[in-house]
Design a protein around this ligand. Sequence first.
Ligand SMILES: Cc1cc2nc3c(=O)[nH]c(=O)nc-3n(C[C@H](O)[C@H](O)[C@H](O)COP(=O)(O)OP(=O)(O)OC[C@H]3O[C@@H](n4cnc5c(N)ncnc54)[C@H](O)[C@@H]3O)c2cc1C
Length: 307
Amino acid sequence: MKLSDIECRENCDIKNLTTFKIGGTVRNLYLPKNQQELVCLLNELDDYILLGNCSNILFSSNGYSGNVILTTSLKYYEIRGNLVISECGVKGPLLSQKVSEAGLSGFEFMIGFPGTIGGEIYMNASAHGQSISDTIKKCCLYDKQTKNVVYKDKSEMDFGYRKSILQEGRYILLGAEFELKRSKSEDIKTLMSRNLESRREIQPDLRHPNAGSVFRNPENDSAGRLLEKAGGKLLKTDNAEVWANHANFIVNCGDADSDDVLELMLKMYTAVKEKFTIELTPEIIFIGDRTEKEEQICQILYQKMQK
Ligand SMILES: Cc1cc2nc3c(=O)[nH]c(=O)nc-3n(C[C@H](O)[C@H](O)[C@H](O)COP(=O)(O)OP(=O)(O)OC[C@H]3O[C@@H](n4cnc5c(N)ncnc54)[C@H](O)[C@@H]3O)c2cc1C
């Protein structure tokens, strides 16, 4: 297989591929269709940013003068008894639906947000008392250092709250194997409906472009609670504002750019710091080429993560 066999869009605007509907021009956007194509890209490209469904990121409106790989065409999954085997690009809500039809419990939390399996394992995504790490048996990874495909058990994945070994940068998740529990289909469906219902009440859906929670919860507290008490719900910039029903969400009001969102994140961070002397850590990941002003804001917002 050659690099030139793989779908690549040159000078592609990534904006509409993100849930925030914010972004700029990417020099090369690669769309591998299967694991073989993805591994070929990982072997051949010196530098790249790899993304799933772009639902936890803020992409720079200045774009990115490099390579971006999107995994959303890697859609293969298989349900074998209690085991679920999935490629990294499979979407959480789809898999949640399919395993529920097979009478398997453990993925009910995934129904309400648009991540891929790769993005969810990277972030150790969780909601409603379940997390993706609960059901993982093993992961199939690409090791950037040795350029080999390796397997790691759950215990080697270094999972914690919004944490996994993938964040260290050495590995790319190609696929994963999960072990779920048998349960009654109606119980699973009831739980999924309840999860969706509780979201609808407080969170924006994707008709109001957003990228999920803006900040991580500090230990034993909730970022939403702190932001609300600090007056976060009233904060806005030109084209972005804090969601009226949940102070830890930013929505793009139509024509926001990355600058608008970062500026608003800084206002939210500052409000909590001034009221509680707590420095929140962003959950949303900022990606792409930065302006000088964006660089300055990132130095403040992402300082703890850089240490
Ligand atoms: C409306 C809404 C609600 C949300 N609710 C929740 C929630 O309840 N709980 C929750 O945890 N999250 C939530 N999110 C955030 C988001 O959906 C999750 O973090 C999800 O796991 C991100 O998956 P993704 O495929 O979109 O990743 P992306 O945003 O594309 O990428 C996120 C990070 O993962 C890395 N990555 C992606 N794929 C791979 C891979 N194969 N190998 C290595 N690294 C990879 C990327 O490099 C990037 O650093 C919500 C988002 C939205 C928009």
